[in-house]
Structures are given as C-alpha cells and as structure tokens.
Design a protein around this ligand. Structure first.
Ligand SMILES: C[S@@+](CC[C@H](N)C(=O)[O-])C[C@H]1O[C@@H](n2cnc3c(N)ncnc32)[C@H](O)[C@@H]1O
Length: 286
C-alpha cells in the first residue's frame, strides 16, 4: 500500500504504531518552511538511495517525447530522469530549488549535456522566454505544494510554459491511506529509520510524520545523520509537507487554471482510472 511513497521521498517508510504523540495545537503546517528541502545530506542520501530513474516512469515520459521536441523538467533534482533524456539527444532544460541537487545534476550531464539549461530556482519565480512541447514533473513531486494558492500559481506557470498542443505530465498523491482514520489527525508517529551506505560513509534517516486532516497533507520531520567509518560527523534537519488530494480536488484546481485534462491513469503503465481507491494519480494535461 505504501510502495508509491518510497519513490517519492528520500527514504520514506511507513510509520510505526504511535510512538510520539503531540496535541494537535502543536502542529502547524504554516510553521514549516517549504524552501528547506534537499540540503547536502538529504541530496546525498537521495542519490545513494535512488541512483537511477525507475524504468516504467521513465518510459511513460519518453512515450510522449518525439525527436526535435523541447522538454522541460521542473523539480529535476539530481537529474536521474533528465540525464536519460540528455543521453537520448533531447533538447531538455531543468530547474530545482536545491543547489545541492542542481550541482549533482550538472555533474551527471557533464560532457554529454547538449546545451541543457540547468537552473537553481524556486518554481514560483522560474522565468524563461522559451515554450516547451513537453513538461514532466517526476516522482510525484507536485505533491510537495500544499497550499491552494501556491498550487494555482504553479499550474498557471505550467500553462504559460507549454506550447499550444504540448503536454504536461505529472503525478500527485491521494489521501487514500488517511481516509479511514488509519493515521490520527495531528498525531506524530515515528517512521522506521533508514540507512544508506557508500564506501566508508553511512547516512541514517530518522523521521516522524503527522497528518493534518483539515489541509489533507502530511508533514514529516526528517533528520539525516552522517557517519564516516562509524564516527558521527554531522546532522541535517528537513521538513517535508506532502499534499494528499481528495477525490476531485486536483481536477478542480486544474480546470480553474484553464488547463485541460487529456488523460488520467493510476500508474505509469497507463492503467485506466476507474476506481477511487488509488494512492496516486498520473495526469496528462494540455
Ligand atoms: C522527490 S524530489 C524529485 C527529484 C527528481 N525529479 C527525481 O525524480 O529524482 C523533489 C525535488 O523537488 C525540488 N523542489 C521542492 N520544492 C521546490 C520548489 N518550490 N521549486 C523547485 N524545486 C523544488 C526538491 O529540491 C527536489 O529536488
């Protein structure tokens, strides 16, 4: 049931039964800075944990790309998808808010990048004169935007970046796992710690997650601990907020923006969407 989340967050894993409980008043989504993702340890962890683009998801995006098309990957991270487009000769640009992720991305395409413009930038301030035939946002990253006003702004930006007839491909997460009160509102639960290793380095990720039913979003407080040859070196804290869309909620926002839904599926194999109990939705917008 939680499998799709593992593709999304660095090292996300299901919560253990109630470990830490705070009163709901302690939890305020507004308190969380949305601009603190993917620092150096988080980016390192992500690259060790998810070095390559998952084939089905990559094939999904590639199936919409044709020779000569201009492609944009917002929130490209360290470029595991983008590098595959570059290798295939596509004219692709990318941007991401994290300088650590962008530096890793630039390193990956060094020597093979065919003029790709890779920019460190917040989505809300991204600007280019170019228009694109295909824009994809991988790994359900669109769900990192939790506020309606921000979601509308980003959808409007996407609308303005796409050529007439061009395609926008993105996935979002739904509230499926929270509909049956499995995770109580405002209660923090510790997630299973995760460890990645590279040579003498070990990074441990500890996190605790809480659900805000009113906003239909989760917040996870993550701590990355770096060890070299078993000796603790430093730690880094990150907050992740993830929007869990209710049935019909995202469709309404899309329509308000003037974008058109060409297709919806429940996975990257283009399985048809005819059930409401899906943990994720994938959209083709135009
Ligand atoms: C789940 S990662 C996905 C990275 C990449 N697409 C991949 O699949 O490997 C989400 C990415 O979104 C970026 N991000 C988060 N908020 C952003 C924002 N406001 N503007 C631009 N990028 C953002 C993060 O820095 C991170 O690299």
């Amino acid at each position: 049931m939680w499998e799709w989340l593992l593709h999304f967050m660095p090292g996300w894993c299901p919560a253990l039964p109630g470990v830490l409980q705070l009163p709901h008043s302690c939890f305020k989504l507004e308190d969380v800075s949305l601009k603190t993702y993917y620092g150096s340890l988080c980016s390192w962890f992500y690259d060790i944990d998810k070095p390559f683009a998952p084939k089905k998801e990559l094939d999904f995006y590639l199936s919409y790309a044709r020779e000569g098309m201009s492609v944009l990957e917002p929130m490209c991270g360290s470029g595991r998808f983008l590098v595959e487009f570059v290798k295939r000769g596509f004219n692709i640009d990318g941007f991401d808010i994290s300088s650590e992720m962008i530096n890793r991305c630039k390193t990956k395409i060094e020597g093979i990048g065919n003029g790709a413009e890779i920019v460190c930038c917040d989505f809300s301030t991204y600007h280019t004169e170019k228009l694109y035939d295909c824009i994809y946002i991988a790994a359900y990253s669109f769900s990192l935007f939790t506020e309606d006003i921000e979601i509308r702004l980003i959808l409007t930006k996407l609308r303005d970046l796409i050529k007439p007839g061009g395609k926008i491909l993105l996935g979002v997460l739904t509230d499926l796992d929270f509909r049956n009160n499995d995770m109580e509102d405002g209660v923090w639960k510790d997630d299973n710690p995760r460890i990645v290793k590279e040579d003498d380095v070990e990074i441990i990720l500890r996190s605790t997650t809480c659900y805000d039913r009113f906003k239909s979003a989760t917040i996870s407080r993550m701590t990355y601990e770096l060890y070299e040859k078993g000796v603790f070196i430093k730690h880094e804290d990150e907050d992740f907020c993830i929007k869990r869309y209710r049935n019909g909620e995202f469709e309404k926002l899309i329509t308000e923006t003037g974008l058109v839904i060409e297709n919806t599926c429940i996975d990257f194999e283009k399985s048809e969407h005819h059930v409401e109990d899906t943990g994720a939705m994938v959209y083709v917008l135009t």
